[in-house]
Design a protein around this ligand. Structure first.
Ligand code: HEC
Length: 184
């Protein structure tokens, strides 16, 4: 019994060399696990849709609140309520304030940028059909939401330039966390 154990211990280095040789042979194998495929430029472009606070990344296109109302009523009101109030999903309008005993968090009281509102809607709304709106429709419905929050009128065209210029009521309500970012 003891001898057997000794022999098997002596065999260990051989075993280790065999394992090493095997793993070296495996790593020389060029094939990967064959999962997925290299992303094509079209696939990358479809996912590369970030819009930054300063408007970088906003696509061409345009829309007004008047156009957006029709879309909102058809595709958003079922969850967010007429004019952004009283639906089962979060309220998008309705005024109020973040600082009282019962804070009202909605687009007018909370969102610091109109540009990132566009980004959010384009990538994730309507919840049951994200990415189903084209860029003109996203501009229009964003314009409508800004309008019902009393931020723009219902005729002003929202596009890559004008949307980036919208000053949101809570623009200065956030503490900067990015290196080099200054409170403005
Ligand atoms: C099927 C229900 C549903 C529909 C339809 C829908 N939403 Fe939403 N929406 C939600 C839910 C639920 C949330 C909260 C999601 C979260 O916080 O991650 C939300 C969040 C949002 C927010 C962020 C609110 C905030 O301040 O955090 C915006 C803006 C928004 N939706 C806009 C829209 C627009 C515009 C449409 C129509 C184009 C739309 N939604 C359609 C369910 C819906």
């Amino acid at each position: 019994m003891r001898k057997e154990r000794q022999r098997s211990v002596r065999q260990l280095p051989k075993l280790a060399i065999a394992c090493f040789a095997l793993s070296a042979a495996c790593s020389a194998e060029p094939e990967g696990p064959r999962l997925g495929h290299p992303a094509s430029p079209e696939e990358i472009a479809a996912k590369d849709i970030n819009v930054f606070p300063d408007g970088t990344g906003l696509p061409p296109g345009k829309g007004t609140a008047r156009e957006g109302k029709v879309l909102y009523d058809a595709k958003c009101a079922s969850c967010h309520g007429p004019k952004g109030i009283g639906g089962s999903a979060g309220e998008l309008a309705g005024g109020g304030s973040l600082t009282g005993p019962h804070p009202d968090r909605n687009i007018g009281t909370y969102w610091p940028y109109a540009t990132t509102l566009f980004d959010f809607i384009r990538r994730s709304m309507p919840l049951d059909a994200p990415r189903s709106l084209n860029d003109d429709q996203v501009y229009a419905v964003t314009a409508y939401l800004l309008h019902i929050n009393g931020i723009i009128d219902d005729r002003t065209e929202m596009n890559a330039t004008s949307l980036a210029r919208v000053e949101m009521p809570n623009r200065h309500g956030f503490i900067p966390i990015w290196p080099g970012e200054k409170a403005r």
